[in-house]
Design a protein. Structure first.
Length: 273
């Protein structure tokens, strides 16, 4: 593995309490990973030989004094016997890069970032920020609770269903300098019969950038930043979840404004949108 990929990979030391598991960055990982070490696996390991796994509802990562890469496998929360965790909190850490994978199938999950300042180059300068999110998540598709197939129908007409329910990923940012969503696949698609999706909210943020957006049905619950960007274009923050459509929407506003001075002249108005 290259030095650039290994440099920010650390192991986690986790300590459970009654309702949460608090993790901190410990030593540099002996077996570094391109996407960082698995936070959920470390939290699960801290519960080995202990009762009360079903009482845990929050995993916290704090106190990391150096930039770190983290892998966040959301499916393993349910599969690895932490089924009631509904919140993952990153607070008071140095810049962090989080790679998401897995699915949100059994209830809403909130991933929250608080008090993260400065910037760090993860994977070279293309991934610089205080919080850099990449990877993606899957959502519930064709749940058995809402599916019905005539048992007398031929096998070719009997569709399979999945053990899942409508669930949402809530991404929240508060007091984070620079946010980058880098090819971050958080869309859900009606044509795939997917239920649920992603919501975004942010306060006290300097820059919020989305690179190569995957934003289908992502809900903007209030992104408040000094500036917002889609790829290399600055947009109003209300358009940050619109992807390329956000750029088009602003283009329409500009073209409309240019058209207004000609509206009352005899010159034909040839603007095609």
């Amino acid at each position: 593995i290259s030095t650039a990929f290994a440099a920010d990979s650390y192991d986690f030391k986790c300590s459970p309490s009654l309702q949460d598991i608090v993790c901190v960055c410990s030593s540099r990982a002996d077996s570094p990973s391109r996407f960082g070490k698995a936070l959920v696996s470390a939290a699960v390991s801290s519960m080995e030989g202990k009762d009360g796994a079903r009482n845990i509802d929050t995993i916290i990562l704090e106190g990391c004094s150096r930039p770190a890469k983290v892998r966040l496998d959301l499916s393993s929360l349910y599969l690895d016997n932490l089924p009631n965790v509904r919140r993952v909190l990153f607070r008071d850490v140095s810049p962090v890069s989080v790679y998401f994978n897995g699915g949100i199938m059994h209830g809403d999950i909130t991933v929250e970032f608080q008090n993260i300042y400065g910037s760090h180059d993860f994977y070279f300068s293309s991934k610089s920020g205080s919080v850099v999110l990449s990877g993606g998540v899957d959502f519930c598709s064709k749940p058995c609770s809402s599916s019905y197939t005539d048992p007398n129908a031929p096998p070719s007409l009997q569709s399979k269903c999945n053990d899942c329910k409508e669930s949402y990923l809530h991404l929240k940012f508060n007091s984070v300098d620079h946010i980058l969503l880098y090819e971050f696949a958080i869309s859900s698609y009606a044509h795939l019969s997917e239920l649920g999706g992603t919501t975004l909210s942010a306060d006290n943020v300097k820059t919020f950038r989305v690179y190569e957006p995957f934003m289908s049905r992502v809900q903007n619950r209030g992104v408040n930043a000094d500036s917002c960007w889609i790829d290399s274009k600055q947009v109003e923050c209300k358009y940050i979840t619109s992807g390329a459509a956000g750029l088009s929407a602003q283009l329409v506003l500009v073209v409309t404004a240019l058209a207004l001075p000609f509206a009352n002249t005899r010159r034909p108005n040839h603007f095609f949108l």
